[in-house]
Write a protein that binds this ligand. Structure first.
Ligand SMILES: [Zn+2]
Length: 417
């Protein structure tokens, strides 16, 4: 079992040297995140860096895969951080002194942790009333969550509160850990709070990628390439109009988990999520584009996924109020579904101007990527790779351009309403 330590360090230098040391010790060839459990340990703590009205929660983790981070607004605002394939190290338990939480600081009142199921560890940062999630980033195996809160006093301590209760020097402002691998920092928005000045955020999801190539046509046109090219074209057109911000769930030929795609949309504060795909059937006769929105049957599945994935969840089972959670999801989703359907109704006639359409163009299904409860989402099957004519068209830049123009027109109409 690979020992992977979660360290919370005093200073940048100590952090980096500690990280280097741990990395040297842990570079096990051929190890994968799925096959092994990471042991999460805290042996030195500088959990928080506080400044006026802001708290930075920092966890240094030698784990390849980014944790899932959720902000949950409401009466008890909190941030949930899930590490997959991890277990609590003895040192962490010891550090917490038999408790299952660390004391808070600034806008964080408490940092709780617990095992979740067999394979996951969850942290929950309880936040002060009125505290808000601003952003989080995960780079260089360091998770930093930034929240804002109403700061009563102007007297900012030059010390951070550490879990053991003893003060440690805070980092100089502006001193940041370098990023590696260009992991993007999510936007500082929570969903559904919109202002007129804000540009709508469109998240484009090129289907498949990496070890998941998707459909392959008779002429060897591969879905993952078509979807990426179309997504990049769509982004180009949207940005040219200057009216939107655009986020892609992938910009290269890499594999991205479905739940990660949904997360990217949520974290970006997406106003619209468009997943691009190319269809395939055994028969080569079916042609044309189609649009999918979430089916009501899939809603039931959403509830399961909401439970499993913790859109609405807590660390303490006792304090989890599942009925309330479900109601919130219902409300969010009903609105979301209506908006998804509305966009679909606008999109289809626009597509008709540039493409053949499949019969029953508007379809409803339980595609995973459509399941984010609070982001209006559609899945556009741009045509059939199993059909030679469609395959040829989808492989043509001019056709993709035309097709994406239709999508842009639909987006313009949708947001003009
Ligand atoms: Zn697909």
């Amino acid at each position: 079992m690979t020992l992977i330590l979660l360290t919370l360090r005093l200073s940048l230098l100590v952090r980096l040297s500690a990280l280097a040391m741990v990395l040297v010790g842990l570079m096990a060839p051929g190890s994968t995140a799925y096959a092994r459990m990471s042991k999460i340990s805290i042996y030195e703590d500088s959990l928080y860096i506080s400044e006026t009205g802001r708290t930075h929660l920092r966890l240094q983790v030698n784990v390849k895969s980014a944790p899932n981070v959720f902000f949950m607004a409401g009466d008890k605002p909190r941030i949930v951080i899930d590490f997959k394939g991890a277990e609590l190290g003895k040192a962490l338990v010891k550090q917490a002194d038999g408790k299952t939480y660390f004391a808070g600081s600034g806008g964080i009142t408490k940092l709780r942790f617990a095992r979740r199921g067999e394979r996951d560890i969850r942290f929950v940062a309880d936040m002060a009333q009125g505290a808000k999630y601003l952003s989080h980033s995960y780079a260089n195996e360091i998770l930093e969550v930034v929240i804002s809160y109403q700061d009563g006093s102007k007297d900012v301590s030059p010390y951070t509160v550490r879990a053991g209760g003893l003060p440690t020097p805070r980092l100089k402002p502006g001193l940041r850990v370098q990023t590696r691998g260009g992991i993007p920092v999510p936007r500082l928005k929570t969903s559904r709070r919109k202002h007129f000045v804000k540009k709508p955020i469109i998240v484009i999801d090129p289907g498949h990628g990496g070890r998941d190539p998707g459909a392959v046509g008779a002429a060897r046109v591969i879905e993952e390439h078509v979807t990426l090219k179309a997504a990049i074209e769509l982004r180009k057109q949207l940005l040219a109009g200057g009216k939107y911000k655009v986020v892609l769930t992938r910009t290269r030929d890499i594999y991205v988990d479905h739940d990660k795609r949904v997360l990217i949309a949520r974290k970006a504060g997406a106003d619209l999520f468009i997943s691009l795909h190319a269809d395939s059937l055994k028969s080569s006769t079916a042609r044309g584009a189609s649009v999918y929105t979430l089916s009501s049957r899939a809603e039931a599945r959403t509830h399961k996924i909401v439970k499993g994935q913790n859109w609405v969840l807590d660390v303490d089972l006792a304090s989890t109020s599942a009925p309330v959670g479900n109601i919130l999801v219902d409300l969010a989703q009903r609105k979301t579904l209506t908006r998804s359907e509305r966009f679909s109704d606008i999109l289809i006639p626009e597509l008709k101007k540039s493409s053949k359409l499949l019969n029953n163009t508007h379809r409803r299904a339980g595609f995973y990527v459509l399941l984010a409860p609070d982001v209006p989402a559609v899945l556009l099957e741009m045509g059939f790779l199993s059909n030679p004519q469609d395959e040829k068209l989808l492989n043509t830049a001019a056709h993709r351009k035309k097709l994406m123009k239709s999508v842009v027109r639909a987006i313009d109409k949708y947001f003009a309403q």
